[in-house]
Design a protein around this ligand. Structure first.
Ligand code: GLN
Length: 500
């Protein structure tokens, strides 16, 4: 192979592996060396070279038997890594928290299990904000992950380690989770492609719960084509998740090349209507982000898409609604970390209540505590109606706004975040400032819609900008199709940070 192995994406690696141009062991060893030399980026919380090599050898044996050419064989031997919020049997799972330091799960998350079965080779576990709460990966108890485009900047969060690892070309793809933007925003900040499917498409079994009505697994990779390959393997009904959608597994790769009526080779998106919500382009949107997003939209137009104006009038309300509902669910979900069955337990305590108190005081970081307090408050007697119930009603209205908008368009587009990646430390001193930056990703999350971030060039400081594409329920295929068409015609997604 002439191309350095770390520069190959999932689809390219899949082809090279099946054509025996390279073995999974070679790719795995090459990437393990890249990971070791990029230790200062803080992307990984755990690397297991021996286990990865063993998996790679097993994959090579499967490839030697010709399994790569069989249905479902495309990912055999492809290395990746998992956000440390997915539980794994063979490696510790921390959720970025001291509460789960060294925790070994007795089972694998369904997403991990399916990707293992598909033959992927996991190199390790990726850094993230503690219990996925954050937008900068600065809430990890194990230190931050740095943006490879500029290590003075954050990679976004909460799937910051996944974003850093994929952008720095340490792995061709990674899993992530998105509760309020945690796949799309870090993908935008690091110039990679990310997809969060419709709520219920990927199983939440074994994904450490933050806000269960919002949490959704997805993929972070270097192209829509690569996202489609992974999503096909990890999605599909799972009886162990009560909110898993009862539908057969889909082949998202096949949907990359949807035949649209009236489409031509030059205009593959002919007939596709893309709605631009006016609320997604406020005066406060930073000029560089606006410019890059407009450039992306202009390309989509060249490919035949029609841009139409739509409105999502309750966009601003998504922030208070999300920051009531998500902490409310978090306060309930995190009550299980009490030092009794698993995780950290305080060493010294007087009685049971004291053990709970000390364990939780020691195990949780500041942001997690803040959310547990907010969540407990909004759920408490007397405040429930005023906050939580109101938020639930507004959540429904936000979802209804999308249905109104989708009467006029097939996809919705806008920025992922109001700015490029900010400087380290800038969000951590003022949590509300960080919450406000979630404005464009929260509405889609509250509605449970699928969304993507697709790189569309760079802004201030040469930092990447992502275009957000949102689809109606179960329109992942249309999203991937549009993103793929854009990536076939442009090379924004191929741009990499200097020195990789
Ligand atoms: N930034 C949002 C938060 O802090 C979203 C996090 C997420 O999607 N996991 O809650």
């Amino acid at each position: 192979m002439t191309t350095p192995l770390h520069l190959l994406g999932v689809a390219e690696l899949s082809r090279a592996l099946r054509q025996k141009q390279v073995s999974s062991l070679e790719v795995t060893q090459h990437l393990l060396a890249c990971v070791a030399s990029a230790n200062d980026l803080g992307a990984f919380l755990h690397v297991d070279p021996a286990a990865a090599e063993a998996r790679a050898r097993a994959a090579d044996a499967r490839l030697a038997r010709g399994e790569g050419e069989q249905p479902g064989g495309a990912l055999i031997g492809v290395p990746l890594a998992h956000k440390d919020i997915f539980v794994t049997q063979d490696m510790p799972t921390t959720a970025g928290s001291l509460m789960l330091k060294g925790y070994m799960s007795p089972f694998d998350a369904t997403v991990v299990d399916r990707l293992n079965a598909a033959g992927t080779v996991s190199l390790g576990k990726l850094n993230c904000d503690e219990f996925a709460m954050g937008s900068a990966n600065e809430n990890s108890a194990y230190g931050p992950s740095l943006n490879p485009w500029d290590t003075q900047r954050v990679p976004g969060g909460s799937s910051g380690g996944s974003a850093t690892a994929v952008a720095a070309r340490l792995v061709p793809a990674a899993t992530g989770t998105d509760t309020g933007g945690s796949i799309r925003q870090p993908a935008s900040f690091t110039g990679i492609t990310g997809i969060k499917p419709t709520y219920g498409v990927c199983s939440r079994y074994g994904m450490i719960a933050f806000a269960s009505s919002l949490d959704q697994a997805g993929v972070m990779a270097r192209s829509a084509e690569d996202c489609a390959l992974l999503l096909s393997a990890m999605s599909g009904f799972d009886e162990r998740d009560a909110t898993s959608v009862q539908q057969p597994a889909q082949d998202f790769s096949a949907q990359l090349h949807q035949a649209r009526e009236g489409a031509t080779a030059a205009q593959p998106l002919k007939g596709l209507r893309i709605g631009l919500p006016r609320e997604f382009f406020p005066a406060a949107l930073s000029a560089d982000v606006n410019q890059a997003v407009r450039a992306g939209l202009a390309e989509l137009e060249k490919l035949g898409a029609a841009l139409v104006d739509v409105s999502l009038p309750r966009t601003e309300l998504a922030i208070p609604v999300y920051y009531i509902i998500a902490p409310a669910e978090a306060s309930s979900n995190l009550s299980r970390f009490d030092g009794v069955k698993f995780g950290h337990r305080a060493e010294q305590y007087n009685d049971l209540l004291d053990m709970y108190k000390k364990t939780r005081a020691q195990g949780f970081g500041a942001e997690v505590k803040r959310r547990i307090m907010i969540g407990s408050y909004v759920l408490s007697h007397g405040y429930y109606d005023a906050y939580y119930l109101q938020a639930q009603k507004l959540r429904r209205m936000i979802a209804d706004d999308f249905q109104q908008a989708f009467q006029h368009c097939d996809l919705i587009a806008g920025p992922v975040a109001p700015t490029v990646a900010w400087k380290r430390g800038e969000g951590s001193d003022d949590p509300v400032k960080a919450y406000l930056a979630d404005i464009f990703t929260l509405p889609g999350s509250l509605a449970g819609l699928p969304g993507m971030s697709v790189p569309v060039g760079t802004g201030e400081g040469g930092l990447p900008v992502g275009l957000q594409l949102l689809g109606n329920y179960f329109k992942e295929g249309t999203l991937l199709h549009a993103a793929h068409a854009l990536q076939q015609a442009t090379d924004w997604h191929r741009q990499a940070p200097a020195g990789v």
